[in-house]
Design a protein around this ligand. Sequence first.
Ligand code: ATP
Ligand code: MG
Length: 359
Amino acid sequence: MTALPPGAVIGILGGGQLGRMLANAASQLGFDVHVFCPESDAPAARVAMKHWQADYSVSEALTGFARACDVVTLEFENIPVGAVEAIVATGTPLHPGAKSLALSQDRADEKAFLQSIGIATADFRIIDAEADIAPALGALGGKGVLKTRRDGYDGKGQAWLKNEADITVGWETVGRAPCVLEAAIAFQCEISVVVARSSTGETASWAPPRNVHEDGILARSTVPSGLDQTVESEARRQAVMLVDALGHVGVLTLEFFVMADGRLIANEFAPRVHNSGHWTPEACQTGQFEQHIRAIAGWKLGDTHRLFDAEMINLIGKAGLIDPSSLAANETLTLYGKREARAGRKMGHITRRGGPRKD
Ligand code: ATP
Ligand code: MG
């Protein structure tokens, strides 16, 4: 693919905050942005040049949108296969492609693929019926987490099973949907690697942040992670191996559990920019949103060198109603423009910049 010139049109599927920050980065690089999403008044649509408002099942609308764009990308991976096919049929490039999307949409296929390329995951069993759970739980050491194979995010569609007595309630919690049961991992901490691969096969990753979740939702990401350099390098090597194996184009994020001895166990990957990379624009030469646009536009990737220590704090629910005058001088506020601060809803984030990087 030849590099897209300024003024070309980038299409984004999805109207949330990730789409909004991608649109802003694209616009900074001189591109026009069209957003396709069913909702009116969506965060991304409000900063885009054009909003195509239709459901992802309306293939005529998708076709019109794709024909108006020079490249199409997405801000969430649970895009229906039919929508992907409608876009691909127009000949407009879609990045990331079908392989990255299909694998990340199904937790069982995702883990099997990771294992097949030599990336360790939690031991797991496929659950199609309630009767499958008890033997699987026994095989996994009596404790585990039941997760729907499809459509989970922010800890939704999950139930912890501490023993056999939890099975019936857990199965109801996940809506009796096809699941995986994962072994409980007693990790020391969690990190993620945000990595980019361009349409020319160039790759670049960022230093992995240490991530802390509260109630199944990411609360904070911190760099440096405090882990040994060998652990960080190995995590980054595995993430690059993954994007190469997928032929992925764009940014991708691989989440890891880190064991006390430094061993890495991959949790899941998202074929897109990620909440745990929200500190990169303020702390690195090139941030994840700009990098994703560079990658899908066929540009050379930017330098991912980390310049500052940083901490990203999510503003969830009412915490998003922040008084801007309460910010310290080293804090950058990003708000997503959501009209209502519902419980558990990501409203914005703060990046607190520390001193210059020392390592
Ligand atoms: P998100 O959208 O925030 O990435 P998700 O809904 O896709 O979340 P996971 O990433 O699978 O869910 O799980 C959310 C969090 O729950 C993990 O980051 C981790 O803290 C905890 N968790 C998930 N699976 C396990 C496990 N097998 N053992 C221990 N903790 C786990
Ligand atoms: Mg996760």
